[in-house]
Design a protein around this ligand. Structure first.
Ligand code: PLP
Length: 342
């Protein structure tokens, strides 16, 4: 097997600790895990196996293909995007659908497929049936395991959070659902009255921090790239595409094997940094598709073949790159070796 010149260091202990933190913040409610988009890019099977060992029992994916990938683990999986006609061949064998339209509900009921989840829209106007339709008996005769809704602005201070929570709470004991679930990562940090019976964190499991309540959340992912070349750039010469960085003096530069095709986006140009131990090595010039230049004047020992870690603590990396924490974590590409510890 070849060893890739770039790798993700994945901290399984931090992942499990983050789940335990979110479980604690969820109070009496159970804490599940959103592992859609291949476990937010880390690898859904590897993530789910570790979280199942930590005690997590409820997993959420977007599609039936994602559910199939988790089937060998034998855990409880809900498919957030519901069930289309073309999914009925595999449903519910490997997961429960989260039904979100009257057509899906009719399809499920007529096929007599048993336990399901249901998404109710409380104001986001994304997926879900209306509160009013539920009140009028849309779910009658369905075996609803979990009734869900989703918060549009849980990472902000806005009256919309309480409005959504109150609309959702108004459905308590009106549907026969065994459990109710509203909060994502940010919603968990809004307080106990957002937890209901089951929470569904995603981002915070993987090291995202959006609210004060996330202070204990730890970084899980560190991208590392190998130095392909070290060079001296004479004063006045430039580095990289479009010659955006000019050496103010003779400068030591290392070229790393990572670029925007790996999810290390162009927004990090002149804003990101690598590390040699504690020494910060600023990104200089444009991020290329597969390559990156960093200034190594402060690290005389960095040489061809060395591995450097990139600054990727999600909140700070989001500020540096101008991307959201979600975009950063889910975009880390397929060329990395994914190396788990813990
Ligand atoms: C993605 C998703 C989550 C997890 O959200 P985070 O903000 O990543 O915690 C929870 N519920 C639903 C319906 C989702 O689509």
């Amino acid at each position: 097997m070849t060893i890739a010149p770039l790798r993700l260091r994945l901290d399984g202990t931090a992942l499990a600790d983050n789940w335990r933190t979110l479980d604690r913040l969820s109070g009496a409610a159970a804490c599940g895990a959103a592992v859609k988009a291949d476990g937010y890019g880390l690898g859904a099977a590897a993530v789910a196996a570790r979280l199942a060992r930590a005690g997590c029992r409820d997993f959420f994916v977007a599609t039936w293909a994602e559910a199939e990938a988790l089937a060998p683990l034998g855990c409880t999986v809900s498919v957030l995007h519901g069930v289309r006609a073309e999914d009925m061949a595999v449903a519910p064998g490997i997961a429960r659908p989260v039904l979100s339209t009257p057509a899906q509900i009719a399809r499920w009921r007529e096929a007599g497929r048993g336990p399901c989840d249901v998404m109710v829209d409380t104001g986001m106007n994304r997926l879900g049936v209306s509160v009013q339709a539920v009140g009028e008996g849309l779910l009658d005769g369905l075996q609803v395991e979990t009734l869900m809704s989703h918060l549009a602005c849980a990472d902000e201070e806005t009256a919309m959070n309480a409005r959504q929570r109150d609309a959702f709470a108004g459905l308590a004991r009106k549907t026969g659902a065994r459990r109710m679930s509203l909060a994502n990562s940010a919603g968990i940090a809004l307080g106990a009255d957002y937890a209901f019976d089951l929470t569904r964190p995603g981002l915070a499991l993987y090291g995202g921090r959006q609210r004060a309540g996330h202070d204990a959340i730890r970084q899980v992912v560190i991208p590392e790239a190998q130095v392909l070349q070290r060079r001296t750039v004479p004063a006045g010469q430039t580095v990289g595409y479009n010659a955006t960085w000019t050496a103010p003096a003779d400068s030591e530069v290392a070229i790393l094997n990572i670029g925007y095709a790996d999810g290390y986006f162009r927004g990090f140009s002149d804003h990101g940094a690598a590390r040699a131990g504690d020494v910060r090595l600023p990104v200089i010039g444009r991020v290329s598709m597969d390559l990156l230049a960093v200034l190594v004047d402060a690290a005389p020992d960095v040489a061809e073949g060395d591995w450097l870690a990139l600054d990727y603590d999600l909140p700070a990396a989001a500020v540096a790159s101008g991307m959201s924490q979600y975009e950063l974590i889910t975009s880390l590409g397929t060329r990395f070796d994914r190396v788990w510890s813990g």
